[in-house]
Design a binder for this molecule. Structure first.
Ligand code: CU
Length: 124
């Protein structure tokens, strides 16, 4: 009896797995590594130059659980690899606003913005 139950559950798991794998490559990856909480996320952040890039990425990496941060100067999109069990895009957004950069979710306060070097004063 135990063997039959085991066989049935394995068969069920296999069919679920292949159904998921068939849907998209993204969910296939997730099915292959269900224990990993590392995910890719994107966040719009305002800035101008290389110093902005450094400042934005440093602020993002200062948040525990952020594994990598790369801000694209042209598009203003910050690409993140983060442990979704340890942090969130919302927390990263707040950390970035704190160093003077507006994000799609948070605004930097005027005092911090005004203290940025001239080249970094992006349009608000
Ligand atoms: Cu700058």
């Amino acid at each position: 009896m135990k063997r039959i139950i085991l066989f049935l559950s394995v068969a069920t798991l296999l069919s679920i797995n292949s159904a998921v794998a068939a849907s998209t490559s993204m969910s296939a990856e997730m099915a292959a590594a269900p224990k990993s909480a590392i995910k890719h996320a994107m966040l719009k952040v305002k800035g101008n130059c290389e110093s902005c890039k450094d400042r934005i990425e440093k602020a993002a990496l200062s948040v525990k659980g952020v594994k990598s941060a790369s801000w694209d100067q042209k598009s203003g999109v910050l690409h993140l690899e983060l442990d979704s069990k340890a942090t969130s895009v919302a927390a990263v957004s707040k950390a970035i606003a704190k160093v003077g950069h507006d994000t799609e979710f948070d605004k930097a306060d005027a005092k911090t913005y005004n203290a940025l070097p001239g080249c970094c004063k992006y349009k608000r």
